[in-house]
Design a protein around this ligand. Structure first.
Ligand code: F6P
Length: 324
């Protein structure tokens, strides 16, 4: 049966979203379906900002970061009026299934829409890898590698100056990027909300290592632990005072969201995008595509939003043991 598939990206962009748009679009066209691309996520859906996509419209995007459909965090979509408009525009465009690419907030939006009768399928796309139902989210691998590249550059300068780099990485409330790059760069520790830390103990460790001849240090700070009263700058100042090693803070920020997706992200995006269309074609609705034990699975949106995600505490403790 011919169908019309709507596609949007919502929330923070992530490298590989384009690859997912391409995969879903072409998988749908290959089945004889019509595809409607919606610009600027749910905001665009409310405003009816959409156009038909053909196979050529998604050429040359596989290797590009960002999202060709643009994205937004829509306040209007949180209102009953906004939701009703979004539903109406789906009906007017004849959208049978709406594929949404994004994070938890995007899925909550999909859940709200599905309660109004719009059939939705979610694809996990966020650099944070914090979507509870899936082991992997599109963009995570690229973002980690971008952060690591920056850390390697910082290492050059901190070695030359015998300093400590305090590097803040993204991840909203989650420390997945942080713990991995901390392990990969040999940081002294990673401050994250998932695992208790003691800044004084870290300072003592720095002093012991300095006295034993170590000349440079990195401390990773996940954005979830900082606030306006406790910034990465404050942490760097504290370390400088307590250890005598000059510390400098660097907030990596949105650079982590950009760049060409890695091979892993492209292939993952392709698989997830293709699978989402298969689900739609087979009559499934209100599902989230996910990765479990490295295989593609899908969950009911409601169920997916209520799952718990683990944090790699083992990796965290190993990096602490190795940073001697
Ligand atoms: O969810 C992705 C993310 O980059 C988070 O790591 C970060 O907390 C947030 O988005 C930043 O959002 P914005 O782009 O709206 O500043």
């Amino acid at each position: 049966m011919a169908m019309t598939i709507g596609i949007l990206t919502s929330g923070g962009d992530a490298p590989g979203m384009n690859a997912a748009i391409r995969a879903a679009t072409r998988a749908a066209i290959a089945r004889g379906f019509k595809v409607i691309g919606i610009r600027r996520g749910y905001q665009g859906l409310i405003e009816g900002d959409m156009y038909e996509l053909n196979a050529r419209d998604v050429s040359d995007i596989l290797h590009r970061g960002g999202t060709m459909l643009c994205t937004a965090r829509s306040e209007a979509f949180r209102t009953d009026e906004g939701l009703a408009k979004a539903k109406r525009n789906c009906e007017n465009a004849g959208i049978d299934v709406l594929i949404v690419i994004g994070g938890d907030g995007t899925y909550r939006g999909a859940l709200d829409l599905s309660r109004l009768g719009v059939k939705c399928i979610g694809i996990p796309g966020t650099i944070d890898n914090d979507i509870v139902c899936t082991e992997y989210t599109i963009g995570y691998d690229t973002a980690q590698n971008t952060a690591l590249e920056m850390l390697d550059k910082l290492k050059d300068t901190e070695m030359s100056h015998n300093r400590c780099s305090v590097v803040e990485v993204m991840g909203r409330r989650a420390g997945h990027i942080g713990v991995n790059v901390a392990a990969a760069t040999g940081a002294i520790d990673c401050l994250t909300v998932e695992v208790p830390y003691d800044l004084d103990e870290i300072c003592d460790k720095i002093v012991v290592q300095k006295n034993a001849g170590k000349t440079h240090f990195e401390l990773i700070v996940c954005e979830g632990v900082v606030s306006k009263d406790f910034t990465s700058e404050d942490i760097a100042e504290y370390i400088t005072k307590k250890t005598g090693v000059t510390a400098r803070a660097t907030v990596l920020g949105h650079v982590q969201r950009g760049g060409s997706p890695t091979c892993y992200d492209r292939v993952m995006a392709l698989k997830l995008g293709y699978y989402a269309v298969e689900l739609a074609a087979n009559g499934y609705k209100n599902r989230i595509v996910a990765v479990k034990n490295n295989k593609l699975v899908d969950y009911d949106i409601d169920e997916a939003l209520n799952m718990q995600k683990g944090y790699d505490e083992k990796l965290h403790s190993v990096l602490r043991v190795l940073s001697i």
